[in-house]
Design a protein around this ligand. Structure first.
Ligand SMILES: O=C(COP(=O)(O)O)[C@@H](O)[C@H](O)[C@H](O)COP(=O)(O)O
Length: 364
C-alpha cells in the first residue's frame, strides 16, 4: 500500500477507540524495527522524522528507505510525518519530499526556541493547511508550549524546544483557545501541552496530576470531541531499559516518564497520536552497550546493530499493543492522496471543532 495521509488513519482510530504510536526514525535500522513490529502485530504505522533527522539522514535517503518500507510491507498502512516543522518552508519542503503528513509547530517562532504569539501560530498553521490539503497531506498543529510543570522550564531538543522559564498559561493548552485554534486553522490533529516534554528527564518522581495534567486533555476533548489530539513527549522511560544502559557503562540518572496507563487514559479522551522516541533510543543504546560489554573484541557493526534493531522492535511491538493499534492494519481505509485532496477541497474534513461532525466509520 502506498503511503497514506494521517487523517484517514486517525479517523479510523477514533471510530475504533485506539491510539497510534508515532515513532521517530533517523536511519534504516529504525525503519526496519518499526515495520517488523507493525507486521508482527498487524498494526498501521506512523513513522516520523524531525528536522534534525532529515538533516542527519538526508531527504533522499529517507524517501527511498520509506519507499522500500512500503514495498516490502504492502499490507501495512504507513504515514510519513514531519515532526515539529518550525516554519511553512520546512513543511512545504517535506511535502515536496513525499511526506504525507506534516506538523506545523507554530507554538514557537521559526527559531524553534521563542514562544510565539497566538496570532502568529494561527497564521502559519493556516498557511500550511492551505498548501498541504491541496496535495492531500494532513496537518498537525500545536497549541501550548511543551515543558515541565515541575519546574516551569521549556525543553530544547536538537534545535527545537522553548528556551527559558514558561508561565503556567503557556505550559497548559487552554481549552477555549483550542476550539478557536482548530476552527481558524482547519488542522487535522492538535498537539496539546499538559506537562510532558521530550527526552528521558521528564519527571523527578512518578507523575501525579499536578505535573502530568491528563485532566486538561479531558477538558479539551469535551470542547472539541471530533478533533484528534496528540501527545508529545510520551515515552515511558522504562527503568529496565535505563538499568541495562547503566549496567554496561552508561550514566542515566534516576528519572520517570509518562506511565502507559496515563496514555491509555488519554486515548479514552481523544488522544489518537502518541509520540515516542526516547524509549527506542534507550532500547538501542542499551543493546549496543550490552553487545560491546559482552564482546569487546567485536567490531562488525552488524554484531551490535542486529540486537539494537531487535530491542527497538520489542519496544514498538509493546506500545502498538498497549495503544490498541495492533490487529487493525488490514482494516484502515486506503485513501489515496489524490482522493484526500479532492475530499479536503470538497470540505469533507471541514469543521473539526463542531461536536456533531462525523469522524470515520466503525470497523466491521
Ligand atoms: O515527542 C517526541 C518524542 O517524545 P519522547 O522524548 O520519546 O518522550 C518527538 O516529537 C520529538 O520531536 C523527537 O524525539 C525529537 O527528535 P529530534 O529533534 O531529537 O530528532
Amino acid at each position: 500500500m502506498p503511503l497514506i495521509a494521517l487523517r484517514p488513519l486517525l479517523d479510523y482510530a477514533a471510530a475504533n477507540n485506539f491510539g497510534v504510536a508515532a515513532l521517530n526514525v533517523n536511519n534504516m535500522e529504525q525503519i526496519q524495527a518499526i515495520m517488523e513490529a507493525a507486521r508482527a502485530t498487524q498494526s498501521p504505522a506512523i513513522i516520523q522524522a524531525s528536522r534534525g533527522a532529515r538533516k542527519y539522514t538526508n531527504d533522499l535517503f529517507l524517501r527511498n528507505l520509506m519507499q522500500a518500507a512500503v514495498e516490502l510491507y504492502p499490507e501495512i498502512p504507513v504515514v510519513m510525518h514531519q515532526d515539529h516543522g518550525n516554519s511553512p518552508e520546512t513543511c512545504i519542503s517535506a511535502i515536496r519530499m513525499g511526506f504525507t503528513s506534516v506538523m506545523m509547530d507554530g507554538s514557537l517562532e521559526d527559531d524553534g526556541k521563542t514562544p510565539s504569539s497566538y496570532e502568529y501560530n494561527v497564521a502559519v498553521t493556516r498557511e500550511v493547511v492551505n498548501v498541504a490539503h491541496r496535495f492531500g497531506v494532513s496537518v498537525e498543529g500545536e497549541l501550548g508550549v511543551l515543558g515541565s510543570l515541575e519546574h516551569g522550564m521549556g525543553e530544547k531538543e536538537d534545535g527545537h524546544g522553548a528556551e527559558g522559564k514558561l508561565t503556567l498559561d503557556q505550559l497548559l493548552t487552554d481549552p477555549d483557545q483550542a476550539v478557536d485554534f482548530v476552527n481558524r486553522t482547519g488542522i487535522d490533529a492538535l498537539a496539546v501541552a499538559m506537562g510532558t516534554s521530550h527526552g528521558a528527564y521528564k519527571f523527578s518522581r512518578k507523575p501525579s496530576g499536578d505535573v502530568l495534567a491528563m485532566s486538561r486533555i479531558e477538558e479539551i476533548h469535551k470542547k472539541i470531541p471530533n478533533c484528534h489530539l496528540v501527545m508529545h513527549g510520551s515515552s515511558s522511560v522504562p527503568k529496565e531499559l535505563c538499568d541495562i544502559i547503566n549496567a554496561n557503562g552508561g550514566r542515566i540518572k534516576e528519572t520517570y516518564g509518562v506511565p502507559v496507563e496515563e496514555i491509555q487514559r488519554g486515548i479514552r479522551a481523544g488522544v489518537r497520536k502518541i509520540n515516542v522516541d526516547t524509549d527506542n533510543r534507550l532500547a538501542i543504546t542499551g543493546a549496543i552497550r550490552k553487545a560491546f560489554t559482552a564482546k569487546p573484541e567485536e567490531f562488525d557493526p552488524r554484531y551490535y546493530l542486529t540486537p539494537a534493531r531487535a530491542a527497538m522492535q520489542a519496544v514498538c511491538e509493546e506500545r502498538m499493543k498497549q495503544f490498541g493499534q495492533a490487529g487493525h492494519a488490514k482494516k484502515v481505509p486506503h485513501v489515496t492522496l489524490e482522493q484526500m485532496a479532492r475530499d479536503y477541497a470538497a470540505g469533507k474534513y471541514g469543521d473539526n471543532a463542531r461536536p456533531d461532525t462525523v469522524v470515520g466509520k466503525k470497523a466491521k
